[in-house]
Design a protein around this ligand. Structure first.
Ligand code: ADP
Ligand code: ADP
Length: 230
C-alpha cells in the first residue's frame, strides 16, 4: 500500500513573471506504508519544494499527488487542512517550536488545536511522548532554554502527537553534532519500526542516508535514478 504517490508533479515558481522558474519536472514517486526513506540532493535541487508539496503546504503546478489513495486535487481547503493535521507530522531543521512555551506545552499544542482529544488525555499523551524521547525531566523547561538536540526531540514528540501516517523531516539533524544527530535519527527509526508510519527524511548526511530503507536522490528538480551523489 502506498501512503503517497506523485504522478508527473511539476512546480513552477512565479508563473507568468520574468522570474518564472520550473524547479520540479515530472516527478513520479511513491512511498509505501512503513517505508523509511532518505531524500538527498545538492542544495537548490528541489528537496524542500518536494517536501512542501507532499506535506500539503504548497500545491503542484501540475500533476497529481495521491495521499492514502485520495487525489488531493479534488480536495477543498478544509479537507486539505484536516488531512495535513491528521496524516502528516513535520520535523524541520529550525524546529519551529514556540520558544516561550515549555516542552510539554509545545507537544500539547497540535492536540489542543485539533480538539479531537479529550482534554484530560492531552497532557497525559504529551507526557508519555516526552518520556519516549527521553525528556521527562525537562518537560517543564522553556524550548528556548533547551539544547539543539533536545529541541529536535521535542519537535519529534510534537510531530507524533496526532499519530500521523507520514513524518516529513527536512534536515532534522542538520544543525546537530554527530552524537545528537545519531540519537535523533535512531529515535525516528525506532518510532518507524514500532508504529509502521512512513518517514521521508531530507539529509546531507550520507552515513544516516545509508541506514534508511531506500535513498531517493533529487538532481535539478528530477528524481535521479542513477547513482546517488555522495
Ligand atoms: P533544496 O531544498 O534542495 O535546497 P529548494 O526546494 O529549497 O531546494 O529550492 C529549489 C529551487 O527553487 C532553488 O533554485 C530555489 O532558489 C527555488 N525556490 C525555492 N523556493 C522558492 C520560492 N518561494 N520562490 C522562488 N523560487 C524558489
Ligand atoms: P533550503 O535549501 O533548506 O530549502 P533555502 O535557504 O533555500 O532553504 O530556502 C529558505 C526559504 O526561502 C524557503 O521557504 C524557500 O521557499 C525560500 N526561497 C528559496 N529560494 C527562493 C527564491 N529564489 N525566491 C523566493 N523564495 C525563496
Amino acid at each position: 500500500d502506498d501512503i503517497i504517490k506523485l504522478d508527473k508533479v511539476c512546480k513552477v515558481y512565479n508563473p507568468g513573471q520574468p522570474s518564472e522558474t520550473e524547479v520540479l519536472h515530472d516527478i513520479d514517486l511513491s512511498l509505501a506504508s512503513g517505508e523509511f526513506v532518505a531524500l538527498i540532493g545538492p542544495s537548490g535541487s528541489g528537496k524542500s519544494t518536494l517536501l512542501n508539496i507532499i506535506g500539503l503546504l504548497d500545491k503542484p503546478t501540475s500533476g497529481r499527488l495521491m495521499i492514502k489513495g485520495q487525489d488531493t486535487n479534488f480536495l477543498g481547503e478544509a479537507e486539505i487542512t484536516r488531512l495535513r493535521g491528521h496524516t502528516i507530522g513535520f520535523v524541520f531543521q529550525y524546529h519551529y517550536l514556540i520558544s516561550a512555551f515549555t516542552a510539554l506545552e509545545n507537544v500539547m499544542m497540535p492536540m489542543l488545536v485539533d480538539r479531537g482529544f479529550p482534554s484530560a488525555e492531552i497532557e497525559k499523551r504529551a507526557r508519555d511522548l516526552l518520556i519516549r524521547v527521553g525528556l521527562e525531566k525537562v518537560s517543564g523547561h522553556l524550548a528556548m532554554n533547551m539544547s539543539g538536540g533536545q529541541q529536535q526531540r521535542v519537535a519529534i514528540a510534537r510531530a507524533l502527537a496526532m499519530q500521523p501516517d507520514l513524518i516529513l523531516a527536512d534536515e532534522p539533524t542538520g544543525n546537530l553534532d554527530t552524537k545528537s544527530a545519531d540519537s535523533v535519527f535512531a529515535l525516528m527509526r525506532e518510532f518507524n519500526q514500532e508504529s509502521g508510519a512512513s518517514y521521508l527524511i531530507v539529509t546531507h548526511n550520507m552515513e544516516l542516508a545509508r541506514r534508511c530503507d531506500r535513498i531517493i536522490s533529487v538532481v535539478d528538480g528530477r528524481i535521479d535514478i542513477g547513482r546517488p551523489y555522495a
